[in-house]
Design a binder for this molecule. Sequence first.
Ligand code: ZN
Length: 120
Amino acid sequence: MTTPPIVMTEQEKLLMQQILKKHSLQCSRCHLPIEELDCYCRHCGKALRPYMGFWYDHGGIFLCTLIAGPVSLLPLWLSRKLGIRAKICWSAGILLASVYILYALRQSYLLFKQAFSLMM
Ligand SMILES: [Zn+2]
């Protein structure tokens, strides 16, 4: 015994299409379909999960350190791309660089102060 084929009305077909469209995941950048467990888009490489984008990788952390100094510790420790050893190494580097920059700023301030006191 065979089951009769399912006959859908136009309205039902439209509803079915809407449901399928809603549930099929797609990349927010290239709009191509992606799988639920993908971490990156298979088509354009966009990071699909939080804390995995450019700012959470080595290049992003470096750039953030250049722009905002020790603020880059935030994306560093939120990152899911870097391991604990990389995070510790980066933290030490960022802190050393910050201390050096503060020291250099203080030295240049003292130099300016001395130069101005000689002019007066
Ligand atoms: Zn994509």
